[in-house]
Design a protein. Structure first.
Length: 168
């Protein structure tokens, strides 16, 4: 029996999740930041996944959002973090991997899915980053892009039917 079962179970969860992701042929450059994010949440809460509740996860994201007043966390980054944590919660709550029963046996609690429609960012825009980081051809508004694509009469790049030459 391990002398300190909580850290051992957390490490086993993280190793199992990393293995599960590798079997899906995800790259280490995807897996390692996800594992680091879970460790970061564990350090923030000073608890283990089977002890976490939605309020702690919400406090974690609030801290990420407000701790750097001059440089807030980008919405797209926060959404990626939420998606990564949601995947971790799906893994540790899936009975096929055995974590709910293992945690219940050892600690009398089971991990639960903590990210849901009430505490996650909804995807509302095709591009949410800063406009200056957007590729130049995407900086215009969608209506400006539509207007630009319309062929105009007398344009040397259009035929008499109004279609662009060379278009097939």
């Amino acid at each position: 029996m391990h002398l300190d079962p909580e850290p051992a179970v957390l490490e086993a969860m993280l190793e199992g999740w990393a293995l599960q992701q590798r079997t899906r042929f995800l790259r280490e450059s995807t897996i390692n930041p996800r594992i680091a994010l879970v460790r970061r949440l564990a350090r923030f809460t000073n608890e283990y996944p089977w002890q976490w509740d939605p309020a702690e996860v919400e406090a974690f994201f609030d801290d990420l959002r407000t701790r750097r007043p001059g440089r807030p966390l980008a919405v797209s980054t926060a959404r990626n973090y939420q998606n990564d944590l949601r995947l971790f919660f799906e893994y540790i709550t899936d009975t096929r991997y055995g974590w709910p029963s293992a945690c219940n046996e050892r600690f009398g609690r089971v991990p639960v899915q903590l990210l849901h429609e009430w505490n996650t960012i909804t995807h509302t825009s095709e591009y949410e980053g800063a406009a200056e980081r957007r590729p130049a051809h995407l900086r215009r508004s969608p209506s400006a892009l539509r207007r630009r694509r319309r062929p105009r009469r007398g344009d040397p790049h259009t035929t008499t039917q109004g279609f662009a030459r060379g278009a097939s």
